[in-house]
Design a protein around this ligand. Structure first.
Ligand code: PGA
Length: 248
């Protein structure tokens, strides 16, 4: 049985005043039936980690550098995230791939760095609208999965997040059939590469998940949770998604 994971990606949102949102989540889900993860801006990792010490809530980064240290102004090493209290790091989000030209090879190198620092890598993959319309979705996501995930990855150190680029922040969601088709293809790719452990990797869906559509998405086979952007910023929006996952 794969333990489900509800993950929030705050992106470039959140300041000290947002700590109360996480405290509300912890109070509402005292003994959560799923894994919980919030990935705030790096500036807030230490504060949130300390504020949630007594709770099962995990805190993660949104990116890391592939090197352990060095002359890389503005970048953060995986070990620094771990040092600040992070247990996870999101890698290869489509906004990183688009805004910073990150390739799957870059994501692969970052995943190795994350694993070296004992961080669980949440590796994001997903097709653009043009790729979907050209019928390339399964080829694109399986190639991204293959190229971004190191051979040394295990279901303990790595989570996969399928996030169609066109569904992120747009309110557009693929049909349940489309989600199921991709997750099934990713599962086959994982088991053919990692054997029995491939069956234990969590595969999250991400892209415009909200309280009103969470339950039906979580009922799709091989959807093991969600990576949530906009609806993870407020406890009142994220909490119903967590509840839907607990009930899935
Ligand atoms: P969204 O973002 O939930 O705001 O669509 C998801 C993500 O980018 O992880």
């Amino acid at each position: 049985m794969r333990r489900k994971l509800a993950a929030g990606n705050w992106k470039m949102n959140g300041t000290l005043t947002s700590v109360t949102e996480v405290m509300t989540l912890c109070a509402t889900h005292k003994d959560p039936g799923v894994d919980l993860l919030i990935c705030p801006p790096a500036t807030m990792i230490r504060t949130l980690g300390t504020a949630t010490t007594d709770h099962a809530m995990h805190i993660g980064g949104q990116d890391c550098h592939a090197q352990a240290s060095g002359a890389h102004t503005g970048d953060i090493a995986a070990r620094m995230l771990a040092d600040a209290g992070a247990t996870h790091v999101i890698l290869g989000h489509s906004e990183r791939r688009a805004d910073h030209g990150e390739t799957s090879a870059d994501v692969h190198a970052k995943a190795l760095a994350a694993h070296d620092a004992n961080l669980t890598a949440v590796i994001c993959i997903g097709e653009t609208l043009a790729q979907r319309e050209a019928g390339e979705t399964l080829d694109v996501v399986t190639a991204q999965l293959h190229d971004s995930t190191p051979d040394s990855a295990t279901s303990d150190t790595t989570v996969i997040a399928y996030e169609p680029v066109w569904a992120i922040g747009t309110g557009k969601v693929p049909t349940l059939e489309q989600i199921g088709e991709v997750h099934a293809a990713l599962r086959i790719a994982l088991t053919s590469r990692f054997g029995q452990d491939g069956d234990a990797f969590r595969i999250l869906y991400g892209g415009s998940v909200k309280g009103s559509n969470a339950a039906e998405i979580f009922a799709v086979p091989d959807v093991d949770g969600a990576l949530v952007g906009g609806a993870s910023l407020k406890a009142e929006d994220f909490s119903p998604i967590i509840t839907a996952l607990e009930n899935a």
